[in-house]
Design a protein around this ligand. Sequence first.
Ligand code: NAD
Length: 329
Amino acid sequence: MSKSTLLLSEQDVANCIEMNEVVEIVQQTFRAHGEGQVVMPAKITLDIRSMGHEYWSNAMPAYIAPLEAVGIKWAGGFAENPSRYGLPYVMATILMQDPDTGYLRAVMDGRHITNLRTGAAAAVSASYSMASSASKVAIIGAGTQGRTSLQALMQITKLSEARAQDALPGAAERYANDMQGKLGLPVKACKTVQEAVEGADIVITATPANAPLVRDEWLKPGVTAVSLGSYQEFDDQFVLKADRIIVDSWAQCSHRGELARLVESGKMGREKVDAELGEVATGKKPGRGSNEERVLVVPIGLGSLDIAVASLVYKRALEKGLGGHFSFM
Ligand SMILES: NC(=O)c1ccc[n+]([C@@H]2O[C@H](COP(=O)([O-])OP(=O)(O)OC[C@H]3O[C@@H](n4cnc5c(N)ncnc54)[C@H](O)[C@@H]3O)[C@@H](O)[C@H]2O)c1
């Protein structure tokens, strides 16, 4: 029996899905986590940076029962890509399988899905925890995820102002121009992180930095801080003093991202984490306790979000007749 596999380029994927749909799928998938409808081992990393290559990649398999979707994303961040090779920082591919036979249904670009679902995850997780009057957002890292985060946040909540800061000269100004034009929201480019985050109700960090960029004393009562980057971006004092910490997956956040160093050094443990996003999405635990609480959210990245979005892309591509076909068998 010959079966063909659908091959989808980044453009094919982009032709199949819009941000508002991704926001909805991310909300559904967080709920599915809270209802025990997702099987998702913690991602594992192949890191060969000690072997002379600027390479690390994560294997992120997941099954989402309500969607009957099973697959894996293979994705990494490549520090020298933008400056040295003219390639994007994130590189990613997704494989989708049939849940009964394992037959390979599709191989598709995973970058576009990563970018959309990461922005949507930042926005949806912020929405669970933001103070009732939240309207000012600061974005630190005016790159790809910083863009999709603001785009997704605009779908969910009414914002009055956005501020952006970036270490690269001119990047925050470009971001402000582009996003203001695209979203019709006042967006200010800031020279310093302090200028961007002071007085902000929502702070989203989306940089590849591995050093505290945002200081405790700059964050106001009631703030919702979202650490989206793959390493540490907030200072230890803020993390240790936060009134509430919410993570997408403790199994992942205990050894990667914002919390990893504090956990490894024994300064914090599971007891400091108040909830996983699935528990908040299903109302089992609150996203915040009062409008004064300072809440830290760490959505380090769930493979389930990629596979859920990819399952819709697969269906759409079949309906639209997009992509190529290849028979592996
Ligand atoms: N949590 C998730 O699910 C998830 C998913 C994808 C990517 N990421 C992570 O998000 C981060 C950003 O990824 P991206 O695709 O947007 O990269 P990008 O290269 O498109 O953007 C990153 C931006 O951060 C800026 N920057 C770097 N160091 C900075 C610093 N010290 N202060 C301020 N700005 C700084 C860069 O100039 C750049 O504009 C990376 O750490 C990536 O691994 C997380």
